[in-house]
Design a protein around this ligand. Structure first.
Ligand SMILES: C[S@@+](CC[C@H](N)C(=O)[O-])C[C@H]1O[C@@H](n2cnc3c(N)ncnc32)[C@H](O)[C@@H]1O
Length: 256
């Protein structure tokens, strides 16, 4: 069922998705307390670790034992459960950071579109001095906080502003796990990343399992492969034939 929700949400345009997330922020802050939402997450997810590229990170995710794996979509009270999936792009990114702690060591890191927060957690576990997790979905921010607790990671702020298009902060490193699933979002990101790089010399790492929207986008020509991972069998099965996931960085500073 949750895949049906996601496919429907993906089919909407970016403006619609952002609008829904704004409404969600209002709903979450005015109607349901953070404790209510935490309890909802506890009741509707399972703690898993072993079936991903990063077994050392535990996450609360949807699994076949969860009610909403098979439940009717209309009973789901929130619009977008992206945070309940550990996406292949995020898995590759987190694996790469854990394998190469010098990439994050002592640096100021932003995980944009954090979802379940795994890449942010990997950045902290690899020695980043300051990590901010960002997702426009307020439920993702709460899920990320809970996943930080599961992994004994503290002092990791989770913010829900839409940063894309805003004046960028001086991040040393921006992480993007599976963020190129929508053409409009990819275009906005591409422009904003160029500003981050040219203003602050920010390094950008992208994890992607070869999605069509990424492979066919102009950004792809500017990138070079850092690491390639074969996905675990369960991840392949859950991702309709995707078999691998790659970490990319910019070849050179793009022109504005
Ligand atoms: C496919 S999920 C990837 C999650 C995570 N990075 C991973 O790899 O597991 C994409 C996430 O991006 C978030 N998102 C979409 N547009 C965003 C934006 N403008 N700013 C921040 N997050 C955004 C969604 O809410 C969703 O959680």
């Amino acid at each position: 069922m949750y895949r049906a929700i996601i496919m429907w949400f993906r089919g909407q345009d970016t403006a619609f998705q952002r609008g829904m997330c704004c409404l969600m922020r209002l709903y979450v802050s005015n109607v349901r307390s953070e404790d209510d939402i935490k309890n909802f997450i506890i009741d509707n997810t399972e703690v898993v670790s072993s079936q991903s590229l990063t077994p050392e990170i535990s996450l609360r995710l949807f699994t076949p034992t969860c009610r909403f794996w098979t439940e009717k979509p209309e009973l789901w009270p929130f619009p977008d459960p992206y945070w309940a999936i550990y996406w292949p792009g995020g898995q590759a990114l987190a694996r790469y950071l854990l394998n190469n702690p010098e990439v994050c060591g002592g640096r100021k890191v932003l995980d944009l579109g954090c979802g379940c927060g795994a890449s942010a957690i990997a950045a902290r576990l690899s020695g980043a001095s300051h990590v901010v997790a960002n997702d426009i979905d307020p439920i993702a921010a709460i899920a990320t906080k809970m996943n930080c607790e599961l992994n004994n990671v503290d002092h990791l702020p989770c913010v829900t502003d839409n940063m894309i298009g805003l004046k960028p902060e001086a991040w040393d490193l921006i992480l993007l796990g599976d963020m190129f699933y929508d053409e409009g979002l990819a275009d906005h990101l591409h422009k904003w990343l160029q500003t981050c790089i040219s203003t602050h010399g920010t390094q950008v790492l992208i994890g992607d399992p070869g999605r069509a929207q990424f492979e066919s986008h102009d950004i792809r020509k500017l990138l070079h492969q850092l690491a390639y991972f074969e996905l675990p069998d369960t991840v392949k099965e859950e991702n309709y034939g995707l078999t691998s996931s790659t970490v990319w960085c910019y070849k050179y500073k793009p022109n504005l």
